[in-house]
Write a protein that binds this ligand. Sequence first.
Ligand code: SAM
Length: 359
Amino acid sequence: MSQVVAVTLMFTTVPGIEDIVIRELTIKGFTVYSWHRIGVSELSGRVIAEVEDNVLRSIRTFRTVEKAYLVLSEGEIPGRDYESLRKLINDLDVDPIVDLFTPHITFAVRSVRAGEHEFTSMDVARLLGERVREEVRRLRGFYPIVNLDAPDLVIELDIIGDRYVLAIELIHRSLRQRRYRVYHHEATLNPPLAYAMNIMLNYDRYGNYILLDPLAGSGTIIIEGLHHYVRSMYYGVEIYRYNCAGALRNIVEAGVHDRACMICSDSTRLSNFIRYCDGIVTNPPYGIRMKTIDESIRRFYMKILREFARVLRDGGRAVVITPRRGLLEHAARVSGLEIVERRDVEQGGMISSVYVLSR
Ligand SMILES: C[S@@+](CC[C@H](N)C(=O)[O-])C[C@H]1O[C@@H](n2cnc3c(N)ncnc32)[C@H](O)[C@@H]1O
């Protein structure tokens, strides 16, 4: 019988969806023994999880994750001044790191620091870099090569509030950069967030649903949704022909075109050309970064939410992201859609809310 080994990993993600990273892992059948957020606020974008070791083989398949690290140690810092930082770094067990070096491996130390401290993240990286170099020299007989631009090995020491995490980077390139993106939209949703919104629909991953993004832009929500709902069909509606064509290019590039359909039309008249859907996931224009067509944003929200209520099946859900909370909540109420969940997320440098609405 093979023995299950637990490893501790740190994942970074969109601030606000840390728990959905864990939901993705469990939905996909991996065992999570324990997990917690780290950060000075709820929206830290960092989660540490003790998981079964076969997660390591599948890390690149997780779609709500941006980066992943193997955690070597985690704990409290001795204090917030420079001398305490020195003490912390001198006391760290760096032997597992020293063992990874050969004379040709280059390395860099990176640090994220949040909270009040009398040292900077540069101090953290410099002091740990010096310690690693000296330990490799002492135990292995050579000085390792520092390469800050393209290192083979990235050591991360994060100091967040009164806690530290020492870890090794497992993925150099952020997973948020999807290879299917051949067409770029000016207001593209971050793909891990688009995937998380699909998870928030909370439907059976293997069910046969008809899903809809009525404001599809470049198709991010559709593509991410089809990766999650592997037997469902997704319709996208987009008013501009060039976005429709661009979304189709991305959809084909992602290899999900057999289950996707783009309609170039106006979603304020959605029920004229769509009769029914099981769920809606969408990212309406905010009226801050881009203009909607001819209408005030308030009337626009009223119209689309009323249309959502018309095409959604009884008990069906809609997941909508917007920073325009007042507009969304008012339009949902007037349209008879119940708000069953709301969470704040950081998106493009501002705080937006993701709503789950039920018909
Ligand atoms: C915030 S963007 C969506 C971006 C998309 N989630 C992505 O990742 O590419 C909103 C989109 O809604 C489209 N749109 C605005 N008004 C519309 C309408 N009445 N009917 C259909 N699409 C509309 C805009 O052209 C824009 O592409």
